[in-house]
Write a protein of this length. Structure first.
Length: 554
């Protein structure tokens, strides 16, 4: 019955969307970005505000990459007068995890052990300046139990673990058995005029230049309802081009206790309030007129439980408040506000067929500008990455990214001992920067660091490659709980992934098989471990996913 159910989803699950290139698309967005390095896409597209809006002809050109010299965003005047866009493609995703959950950036799909399926269906309607996109999602998860955080530690370790679980919302297992849900997904109703758009949306958004992760918003979690005012293509001015988005949204707690051991939850976990969180966020990206292909930008978010929000104008738009705590005020902590700010930059160099980028974030107001300058390490996270194309008869793609969320050495100066304070995407009152238990930005886990390297041979939409990844899990918890224990070592996941994308005319298949070896899994030691030679548990797991896209337009 389960196999029949999965097969039926594979056959009937589809998306009929003519104009939106969904953020984090594993094949098409990557090809679009690669195309820019080859000079086929305008250098004034930052990739710091996604998703992109495409016309049916632009969408179709993705399936004929070698036949097009240039590519631009936005609709022509002729296309703007069209009132209805016919279906253009369908999509189905299936993923499997064995042993433990692994992988991130899967949108509405959740961390899961077993099989998981994602389906999408929709249509797009445009009448004059009105745009309606209906594209709901359906997710089913097998959700098997697995070995999570154990019950063999002392109370001090549990208090350290539940500090991050109670100041965030990151459950080990999303329910007690198989789960399913239906959601509006990538839908919206907006008014579009020139380079601007405003309206209501439930689309996944991605802010910042990252390829595998982002510090603010990515496709790691289920999308959330929001009112948006944004550019839908770079807006030209006498100073250069700008891309921006201002949004007001609603995000939810999962309502799920974090551990699979209920006795621990009963003793250590702070229950959810049942309230939703009010979210206000702003991003601005600028490309100087005099430096084509160079972008700088800033992201800022504010969240708090709605019952704590006031009714003044600034309570609805706190992203307009000052950055300095000496001006912003010290009383705002009593209102449960949580702020994150990131700065980013990206440089595209078509002559070298390369790009480099960074994103640096801080999740706590600085006392003033002097303190921010002298102590940049406080409450920070950062992301660095690059991509380079090589031509040796065939085209080879090398791309890499490093994400660091772990608190810096500043923790030993600012706080007593190795305790530290909060980590990225956590907060004492507003809890995690999450939606239904998944981080809105970074996906590898609270306080985790990850390094990713991909080497592949590419041809149009086809790809053959390998992925090497190192994930240091929950480093802030580790040093809080075990920092002075020589018998404990960090839990590290090493993985090797095999990548395969293939285009068959209008059909695109994409697959990944990732083999994970965990050292010191869940920070538990084997019986043979000694003080002098500690050996942590070694666990093997497999993560695989399969993605199908079919273009209905010839």
């Amino acid at each position: 019955m389960k196999l029949l159910f999965l097969f039926s989803l594979l056959v009937i699950g589809f998306q009929l969307n003519a104009q939106t290139l969904q953020s984090g698309d594993p094949v098409l967005e990557e090809a679009f970005r690669r195309w820019q390095l080859e000079g086929k896409v305008s250098k004034n597209i930052s990739f710091a505000l996604r998703p992109f809006e495409l016309s049916p002809d632009q969408w179709n050109s993705f399936f004929h990459l070698n036949q097009s010299d240039t590519f631009s965003l936005g609709l022509s005047k002729t296309e703007q007068r069209k009132s209805f866009n016919v279906p253009t493609y369908f999509r189905q995703k299936v993923a499997i995890n064995t042993g433990k959950p692994y992988g991130w950036g899967n949108g509405a799909m959740v961390p899961n052990v077993g099989i998981q399926s994602y389906s999408q269906i929709g249509f797009s309607l445009k009448a004059s300046i009105l745009r309606i996109q209906f594209s709901p999602e359906f997710v089913w998860t097998q959700n098997k139990p697995y070995q999570g955080f154990g019950d063999g530690f002392d109370a001090r370790v549990y208090r350290a673990k539940y500090r991050y679980w109670s100041f965030g919302d990151y459950p080990e297992r999303y329910g007690d058995g198989s789960t399913s849900f239906f959601w509006w997904g990538q839908s919206k109703i907006t008014i579009q005029a020139g380079a601007f758009e405003t309206g209501l949306s439930t689309e996944n958004i991605w802010w910042g230049p990252g390829q595998f992760s982002a510090l603010t918003f990515s496709n790691n979690a289920r999308s959330f309802p929001h009112f948006t005012l944004n550019t839908r293509r770079p807006a030209k001015t006498f100073l250069g081009t700008f891309e921006a988005q201002l949004l007001v949204g609603k995000i939810e707690d999962s309502g799920i206790a974090p551990s699979q051991i209920q006795a621990l939850n009963d003793e250590y976990f702070a229950p959810f309030s049942g309230d939703f969180k009010y979210l206000n966020a702003l991003t601005i990206t600028y490309q100087p007129k005099w430096i084509p292909g160079f972008f700088v930008g800033v992201n800022r978010t504010h969240q708090q439980y709605n019952s704590q929000r006031g009714n003044d104008f600034i309570d609805y738009f706190p992203v307009l408040e000052p950055f300095q705590k000496s001006v912003y005020g010290f009383d705002k902590d009593d209102e449960g506000r949580d702020q994150q700010v990131t700065f980013f930059g990206r440089a595209v160099i078509p002559s070298a067929k390369a790009e480099v980028y960074f994103e640096y974030g801080r999740r706590d107001h600085a006392f003033n500008w002097r303190e921010a300058t002298l102590n940049p390490e406080h409450a920070r996270a950062y992301l660095l990455g690059f991509q380079k194309l090589f031509h040796f008869g065939k085209t080879y793609q090398v791309r890499a990214e490093m994400l660091n969320q772990q608190e810096s050495i500043n923790r030993t100066i600012r706080y007593a001992g190795l305790g530290g304070s909060y980590t990225w995407h956590t907060h004492g009152q507003a809890r995690g920067f999450t939606n239904f238990g998944e981080a809105l930005g970074t996906g590898p886990g609270v306080g985790s660091n990850v390094q990713t390297l991909e080497i592949s041979q590419v041809d149009g939409l086809n790809k053959r490659g390998i992925l090497l990844e190192r994930l240091a899990n929950n480093q802030d918890f580790f040093y809080r709980a075990f920092g002075r224990n020589p018998e404990k070592k960090p839990w590290i996941d090493f993985s090797l992934g095999l990548l395969w994308d293939q285009q068959f005319n209008r059909l695109i298949l994409s697959g990944k098989a990732q083999f994970i070896r965990s050292i010191n899994y869940q920070w538990e030691s084997e019986d043979i471990s000694t003080t002098d030679y500690p050996n942590g548990q070694k666990k093997f797991a497999f993560f695989g996913n399969f993605h199908l896209t079919y273009n209905l337009k010839k």
